[in-house]
Design a protein around this ligand. Structure first.
Ligand SMILES: [Zn+2]
Ligand SMILES: [Zn+2]
Length: 186
């Protein structure tokens, strides 16, 4: 008789106690046919108004596998605060622009200059609320120093950089899998 693994719900120990597949783990892999409790046994027991319980975890068979706790992907928020060291050719514009950048840098602690794809001032945090607050503050500074600059609200965008829940590596913004260990990042 071939018993499919998916039909096995537990095992009878020699002393008649029952152990569910969850409690048994793989220590019962070489169980004999007589020791195996299958779905069919349960159906038969059920028709006799009987239930089988695991003697170890006391749960009723079939014991479904504990859902693997899905680890949450942490996100590091980047508040992109723009590049203000412009060289537009217009003296007044460049002066105002630089003034905005200077004040953002001096008034918002932790602002750094990021090179790369979108070079400019950036603020990084694990706290979404803090990211929003920094964005507001930078917006406020911009409007105060250079009200005519005309940049819309959404100029300071917030992007989320995922961190792998398995190995803690920081991934690319758009990554769906960890470069380092291959874990899903969604
Ligand atoms: Zn059990
Ligand atoms: Zn990883």
């Amino acid at each position: 008789m071939i018993v499919r693994r998916s039909e096995i719900v537990g095992y009878w120990d020699d002393d008649g106690t029952i152990i569910c597949t969850e409690c048994a783990g793989d220590s019962w892999d070489d169980a004999t046919v007589e020791q195996i409790i299958t779905i069919k046994h349960l159906e038969k027991a059920d028709s006799n108004d009987e239930d089988y319980y695991c003697d170890e975890c006391k749960r009723k068979l079939p014991v479904s596998p504990e859902k693997e706790e899905k680890e949450e992907v942490k996100r590091r928020w980047w508040v992109n605060l723009g590049a203000w060291d412009t060289d537009s050719g217009d003296e007044e514009t460049d002066k105002l622009s630089k003034a905005v950048g200077k004040r953002i840098e001096s008034e918002i602690e932790g602002v750094e200059y990021s090179t790369g794809d979108s070079a400019g001032l950036v603020f990084k945090t694990w706290d979404r609320a803090e990211a929003e607050a920094v964005r507001e503050k930078a917006m406020h500074i911009m409007k105060e120093v250079w009200p005519e600059c005309g940049l819309p609200e959404e100029s300071f965008d917030i992007t989320a950089q995922p961190q792998c829940p398995k190995c803690d590596a920081l991934a690319k913004f758009s990554a769906r899998f960890c470069d380092n260990c291959g874990s899903a990042l969604i």
